[in-house]
Write a protein that binds this ligand. Structure first.
Ligand SMILES: Nc1ncnc2c1ncn2[C@@H]1O[C@H](COP(=O)(O)OP(=O)(O)OP(=O)(O)O)[C@@H](O)[C@H]1O
Ligand SMILES: [Mg+2]
Length: 429
């Protein structure tokens, strides 16, 4: 199939990247030396776009370009080039709210659909580090701050109605990327679909079970409705552990191409889901010589800290900067009214936790029965062992979606995960 692209657009190649960068004089200083001194490294761990890291004598940059199709699949899966512009806009906005938590934008080329970003080094993808059992002591606190700041400051709690609506409009045309989530998260795992895959034959019966589970399909559809209709905040839109780069000291969020105005709980839930998947996957990586139980404890503690810090941070921001059109301060002036407002904020956060746990449920299921899987589980070579970990994930995901009354605090969730995790070894084949 031939794809139409705007006139003048040219996909970059490893060999054409140095000349491209040399034409952007502001980048030369950052790399040092000249075109001939720059080494280009193609990064192959993303699926959608092309990404090159370019190293010069003085420093490095990251070059990301949209292709008119999904890179991993090829031209049979066309995708609009505009995704890089939404990534650019979200990077700028989230960078303003959560300073230092996203890579700096060095250059945006609207004609070539290219972003040149600060090269994060020695950062690695969080999912890779967590699959290897590496701890990140600052991660929970830094992510809690990132989430609270990006979600709060882009919402009606902080903005005037006019400003908020302008922002909603600016992101409302990221339709191609939203369509991917609408299909792959909320729909395909619950039907027979050529894109679906799972550990087969071990999980064949479970996959059929999910497809025939009416309450589960209703719960997923209820969440899809929220995703489609709730313009709550400028969310990252794909906040899994593969969209976060880390060192033990520093946490950065990358890959904002799915950003749009959507439910806050979609971001919080994505992160919790991916931490839970990592927790359950550890059973598949544990060995006599290097048991992973202590690491599992760390993952669950991290989830608890993440939520409690997020909640505290969000409430503090609301108290200090709650000048948006929602909850007009003019209505709450007496001491009793202010107390009532404080209680309302706590209920509000409780509602957000409940919704986040539901979104976590669909996010876990799509990683087991849909197209895109996680390295955490996929790197478990023995399919019996992998299937045992995946079954535990599915069981918790189902509870998160269906037994919502069971989970009032994050500790309820970590306790349920721990109970399922402790049963998992007995299932090992
Ligand atoms: N600023 C950066 N500095 C260093 N490496 C980066 C940077 N941004 C991305 N990378 C590397 O490039 C990879 C792909 O980046 P990214 O996730 O943005 O691309 P993508 O094609 O949109 O991937 P995905 O399939 O996850 O959507 C990352 O996994 C990471 O290894
Ligand atoms: Mg991406």
């Amino acid at each position: 199939m031939s794809l139409t692209v705007p006139e003048g657009y040219h996909p970059l190649h490893a060999r054409s990247v140095p000349a491209y960068l040399a034409s952007q004089s502001q980048l030369e200083g950052r790399l040092g030396g000249g075109e001939a001194d720059w080494r280009v490294q193609e990064v192959s761990d993303g699926n959608v776009n092309q990404v090159f890291l370019v190293h010069g004598p003085a420093g490095s940059v990251c070059v990301k370009q949209s292709l008119p199709y999904v890179r991993l699949v090829g031209e049979s899966w066309p995708l609009t080039l505009e995704r890089i512009h939404f990534e650019h806009q979200a990077l700028l906005e989230h960078g303003r709210h959560a300073r230092g938590r996203v890579p700096q934008v060095l250059h945006h080329d609207a004609r070539q659909y290219v972003l040149v970003l600060e090269c994060l080094t020695p950062h690695i993808i969080l999912r890779k580090g967590m699959t290897a059992g590496v701890r990140y002591p600052r991660f929970a606190e830094q992510m809690a701050d990132y989430l609270a700041r990006t979600l709060f400051f882009s919402s009606d709690l902080a903005l005037s109605a006019e400003e908020k609506r302008r922002k909603v409009a600016a992101f409302s045309t990221n339709t191609a990327m939203c369509r991917i989530m609408e299909d792959m998260v909320f729909t395909e795992p619950y039907q027979v679909h050529p894109r679906n895959r799972w550990t087969s034959p071990q999980l064949d019966a479970l996959a059929a079970d999910v497809r025939g589970d009416m309450p589960l399909k209703l719960a997923a559809s209820r969440l899809k409705y929220q995703y489609l209709t709730r313009t709550e905040a400028l969310i990252h839109g794909d906040l899994h552990t593969g969209s976060i780069m880390v060192t033990p000291e520093d946490t950065r969020v990358i890959d904002q191409e799915f950003a749009f105005y959507g439910p806050m709980a979609f971001d919080v839930g994505a992160l919790l889901a991916n931490l839970l998947i990592n927790y359950f996957s550890q059973e598949g990586h544990t060995t006599e010589a290097a048991p992973r139980e202590p690491y599992q404890d760390w993952v669950l503690e991290t989830m608890e800290t993440l939520w409690s810090r997020f909640q505290a941070r969000f409430l503090a921001l609301w108290e200090e900067h709650g000048r948006g059109d929602a909850y007009p301060t003019a209505l709450f002036t007496t001491e009793a009214e202010r107390r009532g407002l404080t209680e309302e904020r706590q209920r509000w956060l409780q509602r957000l936790l409940g919704e986040s746990l539901s979104f976590a449920g669909v996010k876990m299921l799509r990683r087991i029965f849909g197209l895109a899987h996680n390295l955490d589980l996929d790197s478990i070579e023995d399919p019996h062992r992998r299937a045992a970990c995946e079954r535990a994930c599915v069981e918790l995901a189902r509870s998160l979606l269906l037994d919502t009354g069971r989970f009032h605090t994050l500790t309820d969730v970590t306790a349920a995960a721990r109970a399922l995790g402790e049963r998992a070894p007995r299932r090992r084949v």
